[in-house]
Design a protein around this ligand. Structure first.
Ligand SMILES: [Zn+2]
Length: 138
């Protein structure tokens, strides 16, 4: 069996995965201009300040867009297809890319669908945020 590919965080990306291990969905906020920033960076993409503070998202948002993959892009994902990837606009105003957890009773995802983050402990070192439809969305 081929191993499932996993992210290899570098530099400032590590903090996102450290937070995910603690089941927290993190983003940054610029202390200079107030911009909310995702993914984690060393400088604000709006004003170039390095005064970025970590914030914790509530984990709720809506689907901005989605796609369902029917062909695995890596042999390690062959047993997962089909699976759906969603772009989620978190309530805090940042956009996050992640897998959608589809339950047997769930409908096909739709743009605007309310979702909430869940945490998949892939390995002891790696936890990945995913999203699932909130209870009222089905
Ligand atoms: Zn800024």
């Amino acid at each position: 069996m081929t191993d499932r590919p996993t992210p290899t965080p570098r530099g400032e990306e590590n903090i996102y995965f450290e937070e995910a291990r603690a089941h927290r969905l993190a983003f940054q906020q610029c202390e200079s201009c107030g911009a909310r920033v995702f993914y984690p960076r060393t400088v604000c993409p709006v004003c170039l300040s390095d005064r970025l503070s970590l914030r914790q998202a509530a984990g709720t948002g809506t689907v901005h867009s989605f796609t369902t993959l029917h062909r695995a892009g890596h042999p390690g994902l062959a047993d997962r297809v089909p699976y759906t990837v969603v772009l989620v606009d978190l309530d805090e105003g940042v956009r996050v890319l992640a897998d959608l957890v589809v339950s047997p009773e769930a409908d096909v995802p739709w743009i605007g669908m309310p979702v909430q983050a869940v945490f998949d402990e892939v390995t002891p070192e790696l936890t990945l945020p995913r999203f699932q439809a909130t209870a009222g969305a089905r």
